[in-house]
Ligand binder design. Structure first.
Ligand SMILES: Cc1ncc(COP(=O)(O)O)c(C=O)c1O
Length: 389
């Protein structure tokens, strides 16, 4: 872990690696022994930092990793991760050789794609490991019936460019209490798998909701994302394992002032004080992913509740304090400070009328990530600076 990179702003995300380790281990221990856990670290590990999360998840018992893009997989390889990595999205067939050379597995389900990929492979390349993707009801990518499956399996098994490593599908409704659609998908996938001539090494279908809420969805591998970050899979079907939130977001007061009744705050003069009030400015805004819809949201300032007043600006936000607090006071936007107040990612998602996934993914590269074990700072990842200043 790079512990040297600096940051020069008072807004940061803290990533609790103890919590991540514990979440992965608890989920791993709850799975059948033979079921392999692939940690989903796509989208910079849902905003937590792909390399650091990948390392910790593998230490805690994850067998491999899944990402969305070939670039994400290559970035992990460049940083020294040598565990199995599966790209979930389609790569360009012309990039088959790059994936093969870096031992990165990819999905396959179209004959044309396989033929083009086969042509793109270079002499000396190891076989490209492929997982056949089945569309059993997600409607995104994948083949849909036994005829297509048999053709694809036959082509892969008779072409030295490829190695059939896995077969998988993805559930659309594993997090819902209504089970019919889930059962339909499960049945369709089982039928497809049983029609294979030779079962490959990995057969997988479950995401977090599948792995935590449906014992029948395991096969021999699962792809778990949201749950390893200690976030809930859904309100509708809460899993039996409750993890600890890994992500928190903090900033510090940069300016404090007392305003008089009638004075206004922010663009559009959107907030007007009714009485004398203490107003503080914090250096975070919608350009960080702290979105304008969060106007009115509570934050925690020195353990006390405070509220955002006025419109959120691109880089700054104003809060109304319960009493005077000095410049430098820590303000927590997501997470806690050890007082009774705690702000969950889900609370922010509700305010934004979205899902928890979107919240941590949206806090972007402008916000440095600080990696912690207990209260010990292990390193900083500041995507704005590549070297020590
Ligand atoms: C194909 C696939 N598998 C697994 C996952 C992980 O899902 P979750 O974060 O709900 O565990 C995702 C996430 O979107 C996905 O697209």
């Amino acid at each position: 872990m790079n512990g040297k990179t600096q940051y020069f702003r008072d807004t940061w995300a803290e990533i609790d690696l103890d919590a991540l380790y514990k979440n992965v281990k608890t989920i791993r221990d709850g799975l059948p022994r033979e079921t392999k856990l692939f940690a989903a670290v796509k989208a910079n590990a849902y905003g937590h930092g792909d390399f650091q999360i990948a390392q910790e998840a593998l230490k805690a018992g994850a067998h491999g990793l899944v990402v969305a893009l070939l670039d994400e997989a290559l970035a992990l390889r460049q940083k020294g991760i040598d565990a199995p990595i599966l790209v979930l999205g389609l790569i360009r067939p012309t990039d088959a050789s790059v994936a093969a050379r870096h031992h990165i597995s990819v999905p396959a389900f179209q004959m044309d794609w396989l033929k083009e990929a086969s042509q793109a492979m270079e002499s000396g390349d190891p076989p490209l490991k492929v997982h056949i993707k089945c569309d059993t009801g997600m409607g995104r990518i994948g083949l849909k019936n036994e005829k297509e499956l048999k053709e694809i399996e036959h082509y892969i098994n008779n072409n030295d460019s490829f190695e059939l490593e896995g077969i998988f599908t993805h559930f659309a409704t594993a997090d819902q209490s209504e089970e019919n659609y889930y059962l339909q998908q499960l049945g369709a996938f089982k039928k497809l798998v049983s029609s294979l001539e030779t079962p490959p090494e990995y057969v997988h279908a479950a995401n977090s909701a599948g792995a935590l809420c449906h014992n029948d969805s395991m096969f021999n591998a699962v792809r778990v994302g949201i749950a390893i970050y200690g976030l809930s899979t859904s309100q509708e079907r809460p899993p039996h394992i409750k993890g600890k939130q890994v992500f928190s977001l903090h900033t510090a007061i940069v300016h404090v002032k007392k305003i008089q009744p009638g004075e206004c705050i922010g663009y559009g003069a959107g907030y007007q004080a009714k009485k004398e009030e203490w107003i503080a400015t914090i250096p975070v805004g919608y350009a960080d992913g702290w979105l304008r819809m969060l106007e009115g949201q509570r934050v925690i300032a020195d353990g006390h509740r405070a509220n955002i007043v006025g419109r959120i600006c691109m880089d700054q936000t104003m809060i109304k304090l319960p009493h005077y607090m000095p410049v430098g006071t820590k303000v927590t936007l997501i997470g806690g400070q050890g007082s009774d107040e705690f702000i969950t990612v889900e609370e922010i998602a509700e305010k934004l009328q979205t899902i928890n996934y979107e919240v941590t993914c949206t806090i972007n590269f402008r916000v440095p990530r600080l990696y912690k074990r207990g209260s010990r700072l292990l390193g900083v990842d500041n995507k704005l600076l590549s070297e020590d200043e």
